[in-house]
Design a protein around this ligand. Sequence first.
Ligand code: URP
Ligand code: ZN
Ligand code: ZN
Length: 463
Amino acid sequence: MSTTLIKGGRVVSATAEVTADVLVDGERVLALLGPGSGLAENADRVIDASGTYVIPGGVDAHTHMEMPFGGTYASDTFETGTAAAAWGGTTTIIDFAIQSVGKSLREGLDAWHAKAEGQCAVDYGFHMILADVNDQSLKEMDMLVGEGVTSFKMFMAYPGVFYSDDGKILRAMQQAAGNGALAMMHAENGIAIDQLVAQALASGRTDPVEHGLTRPPELEGEATSRAITLAKVANCPVYIVHLSARHALEAVAQARDTGQNVFAETCPQYLWLSIDDLARPDFEGAKFVASPPLRPKDHQDSLWKGLRTNDLSVVSTDHCPFCFKGQKEMGRGDFSKIPNGMPGVENRMDLLHQAVVDGHISRRRWVELAATAPARMFGLHPRKGTIAPGSDADIVIYDPAAEQVISAQTHHMAVDYSAYEGKRITGKVRTVLSRGEVVVDGGEYFGRPGRGSYLTRSTCDYL
Ligand code: URP
Ligand code: ZN
Ligand code: ZN
């Protein structure tokens, strides 16, 4: 076991900021020491962090490495996607294992373990997607909670693929109420959307922007309200994933005001991009096809407000990259065939720091939204999401004054475009430690596949 002293940085947590030295012993944080205390003079390694922020490694609670979608697979593997995460200051991901229709949860989870094991550069956990709610899969939910998979995503969208009807959702929520799990919901009214999609195609409207126009915000608002009502009846906490529309946020805020255990996340793409990007000419809009879709710009003010008031408590990426060439292009002439999803796992910490620079959120809220809250929401705290004695030494040394420009030329995600190409960011990751080991430092990568461990998660800390 070796010791590392991270010296003289500004240690920022969700609740406080202090100039301190962080002493790491092996994989864990041992102590926060007053600056220059001299108590750790004999540390094996000293990292000078003066002029930087020392923050907990990011926790991205929503990724899809190698996800099968629309006849193809998300282009980042667990190996490439977790390396990109590390480059961007994210040291934990929670990915979605998928149950296939007609198969058990066990089979789905085992398949995702097999994909991830020995591949990840940073630590990882799993949520489980329930695609086939039945007597058997309901029973299996209890078993998965015992294995540290304590959250289950269902879809009100994608009929015939992942979709669950209200009865199935209610039954799964009742099961979750009994076993302590968190229900997660993709809240869009997929039955109505499919009608709008068919009508658009029948009238010759085939461009990527139609993806946004056929998934109106009202149908996200309606589904969000319905999910909240079902959760109330089942007496189950619910977490709305990738919330994009003001209408949905209003439903979440209203339920939270009555004291119901309703939580929600949004994603960088809904904060920085809009339906104008989906409308880019020459099929370029396909790069921005994800569900729910990018919204008109005026939704963004509501989302920023929700992040400040905590009606939105987490920012995750929904990282689900598909290359423009050969993958997004599958939908030329029919927007409904464009694989849904966008890249972002490497950009989240920087974009949220830019939100601090731009005055949308405070520095502490940055840390809370990107690390502490997702760790608490998904049963990883205090191991993850904080720099405290005993926590994993997942630490980012962040230079708040460095300037960078986001580009596919320089990113590390296995995808041939950036959704934020050319965007200037003030702030940059300098050094990343994952369980005490330096994996990124000064523009060099020292990580390796297989050093990331599977995380058995506890239940939600906010209940
Ligand atoms: O378009 C998206 N969001 N793709 C990933 C799957 C999902 O619904 O999260
Ligand atoms: Zn979804
Ligand atoms: Zn997703």
